[in-house]
Design a protein around this ligand. Structure first.
Ligand SMILES: [Zn+2]
Length: 103
């Protein structure tokens, strides 16, 4: 599994350092089983997955094997999808539920 962290995600971890450990635990779980742990998003976020760290605080990520299968790589911001392995995980965003969606 190839793991990538977007800069917005890393910035958010710094900002919410109090829950860093919980985030890390969730990230490990997602890496183990990206499809089972997360929930596929719809609408504007089609192709993305979300996973709650705790109540109302979520991780948003992409799993390239899935973005390709659904042809979502043309929809989502998975710009370098063509150059990545199927087994690539991209951690995109982290934050309170409503704010994470509000970009
Ligand atoms: Zn992709």
């Amino acid at each position: 599994m190839d793991i990538k962290f977007e800069s917005a995600f890393l910035k958010a971890i710094k900002k919410h350092s109090s829950i860093k450990q919980s985030v890390k635990k969730k990230v490990d779980m997602i890496i183990e089983n990206p499809v089972a742990v997360g929930e596929p998003l719809k609408g504007n976020w089609q192709g993305f997955y979300s996973c709650a760290v705790k109540r109302n605080f979520i991780i948003i990520y992409l799993y390239c094997a899935v973005c390709r299968k659904k042809k979502d790589n043309t929809v989502v911001l998975c710009s370098d999808c063509k150059g990545t392995e199927d087994e690539t995980l991209k951690f995109v965003l982290l934050g309170p539920h409503d704010k994470a969606y509000g970009i």
